[in-house]
Design a protein around this ligand. Structure first.
Ligand SMILES: [Fe+2]
Ligand SMILES: [Fe+2]
Length: 171
């Protein structure tokens, strides 16, 4: 059901989703250290989401009768000298994920693999949401500039985020 090329590409993306999780976990550590528990919480939820993205792809490869191959993960980025910078790095990262998902979709289309296209559809939509939510936070952080009270308010807002498990078993 999956060509070797598609299996390789999805395996690469599984690695990249774990790498994403790793980046967000590092950002959680940064925010914990900065005493911004709401932002730390937001990053932890992001971490869990990325883990579930990897899991969803993992299950898809297995169900397609192919073999998941786990690959090494680089040390996470450490360009988080301010909350704004951390979220800007997040946005750049999500944009790189979006382009990778786009490449995967193109490959599935070239191969006329409809099951893979339907599966990847979920990720295309998810990326729109991912970029939008990070952009929204960046806009707020830019608006408050160096206002400490504003920062605390955003932190409180991000403390409300909870993890909504996705159906990792279904395409
Ligand atoms: Fe992801
Ligand atoms: Fe993401």
């Amino acid at each position: 059901m999956l060509s070797e090329k598609l299996v390789d590409a999805i395996n690469d993306q599984i690695q990249y989703e774990y790498y994403s999780a790793f980046i967000y976990k590092a950002m959680q550590a940064y925010f914990e250290d900065e005493d911004l528990p709401g932002m730390a919480n937001w990053m932890d939820i992001q971490f869990q989401e990325e883990m579930s993205h990897a899991e969803k792809m993992f299950q898809f490869v297995c169900e397609a009768g192919a073999r998941v191959e786990l690959k090494g993960i680089d040390a996470p980025l450490k360009e988080d000298s301010s909350p704004l910078e951390a979220f800007e790095v997040s946005l750049e990262h999500e944009q790189s994920v979006t382009s990778r998902i786009g490449d995967l979709m193109e490959l599935a289309q070239q191969e006329k693999n409809h099951a893979a296209q339907i599966f990847l559809h979920w990720f295309v939509t998810e990326q729109v949401e991912e970029e939008a939510s990070v952009s929204h936070i960046i806009a707020k952080l830019k608006r408050i500039k160096d206002d400490g009270r504003g920062l605390m308010m955003i932190d409180q807002e991000l403390a409300q985020r909870t993890f909504a498990p996705i159906d990792t078993a279904e395409a």
